[in-house]
Design a protein around this ligand. Structure first.
Ligand code: FES
Length: 74
């Protein structure tokens, strides 16, 4: 697993403390599936979404939206 540097930008995965820009960087580097993003950044691999994420939900939907936006893959 490769970790990208933690950035100060907007948080995407609160469980694993992965920023939105970190996920975008991984997508642009060719990791254009949810599974690839999990392996590459550890985003979406936590299990405390209900308490850590202000939305109370997992970050899966946000990651899929970023993949669609930045890779053209839906
Ligand atoms: S918010 Fe990403 S795994 Fe919980």
């Amino acid at each position: 697993m490769k970790f990208y540097g933690k950035k100060q930008e907007e948080m995407l995965c609160y469980c694993m403390e992965v920023a939105t820009d970190t996920v975008i960087d991984a997508i642009r580097a060719g990791h254009s599936s949810l599974e690839a993003i999990k392996v590459e950044t550890a985003a979406c691999t936590g299990d405390e979404c209900a308490t850590k994420n202000p939305s109370g939900k997992c970050c899966t939907k946000e990651i899929k939206a970023l993949i669609a936006l930045h890779s053209g893959v839906s």
